[in-house]
Design a protein. Structure first.
Length: 317
């Protein structure tokens, strides 16, 4: 299904992931709107919308990935620009929601930055948010505007089915990811296992125990984010010790901070499956890395939002 490139719908993008925006627009049969995104000499973000958006339903595609503060400010200023240009509806399409891991206070005098970002977006003029695989689902409740939360599990499961893997077991890397693991396991008709771990320090994880049986099976670890890949590779190593014959991993958001790829390449992970919610630099390539495009999923969501149709129908098994 494509949409007529008329006055009412516009796709705009910042500098975070223009390639994904182009893919989404192409799926819709549209082109990305004209906008200048740059910086003034003093380092301030400069935005100029170079076509009319008066009366339009505007979708701004901008994951708030690294450099997160720059991409977030670009989004906020672009929203303000189209609001002042009389756009009717402004939807922030945020494939990767930065600051999502700061969703609660774990110590005294800590901020809840995920809530602050929600407040900033709403104040800037966003009327709807479309995002994917939030680190904490309750972030949806931080907004007083509609939030469409897309799931990466169907995309990942469809790819895994093509691999025709035998004796599958889906593994959650921690207790908090059990729901996501169950969703994938149900689609693959596989049992689940859970890695019990503790974090003695930020960014450091120690595997304490394994709940479930992986002996002689092909284990598939699923998580929402792969950052430094320390937890992921340690979990894969533990699965090997518990008798898994092969280990695959899939994560929606490929942050891949250094030395993530080096760790993955040196690990017993056979393939790391990610999506393009975050753009991958050319140097972040590896024969173990498989990248799936989320453009069709976001394109379908935009079609449904624009047509006042159900978005949840996209995830019916």
């Amino acid at each position: 299904m494509v949409l007529d490139n008329g006055k009412r719908l516009r796709i705009l993008t910042g500098s975070a992931n223009p390639g994904l925006a182009e893919e989404i627009a192409a799926y819709l049969g549209l082109s990305v709107g004209e906008a200048f995104v740059g910086k003034f000499n003093n380092g301030e973000t400069q935005i100029m919308i170079e076509e009319s958006v008066r009366g339009a339903n505007v979708f701004i595609v901008q994951p708030t990935c690294q450099p997160v503060n720059d991409t977030l400010m670009e989004l906020l200023i672009m929203v303000d620009a189209v609001r002042r240009a009389s756009a009717t509806q402004i939807t922030a399409v945020i494939p990767y929601y930065g600051y999502a891991r700061q969703d609660r206070k774990t110590r005294g005098r800590e901020p809840i930055s995920a809530k602050l970002v929600a407040n900033l977006l709403t104040t800037a003029g966003v009327t709807r948010v479309v995002t994917m695989d939030l680190h904490a689902g309750q972030i949806q409740g931080f907004f007083d505007i509609p939030v469409d939360h897309l799931l990466g599990v169907p995309l990942l499961s469809d790819y895994l089915v093509t691999k025709q893997l035998d004796d599958l077991v889906v593994v959650s890397p921690d207790l908090g990811g059990v729901t996501r693991a169950r969703q994938l396991a149900d689609r693959l008709h596989a049992p689940i296992a859970i890695i019990e771990k503790r974090r003695p320090a930020p960014g450091v994880a120690e595997v304490m125990n394994l709940i479930g049986n992986v002996e002689g099976k092909t284990a598939v670890i699923i998580d929402d984010i792969v950052d430094t890949a320390g937890s992921l590779t340690e979990g894969a190593k533990a699965l090997g010790k518990y008798g898994a014959k092969e280990v695959y991993a899939c994560c929606t958001h490929a942050v891949l901070s250094s030395p993530a790829l080096e760790r993955v390449e040196a690990s017993n992970i056979k393939e790391l499956i990610v999506t393009n919610t975050i753009p991958l630099d050319p140097e972040k390539s590896s024969p173990k890395l498989k990248v799936l495009s989320v453009a069709p999923l976001f394109g379908e969501a935009i079609i449904r939002i624009f047509g006042d149709l159900s978005v949840s129908k996209l995830f019916d098994a």
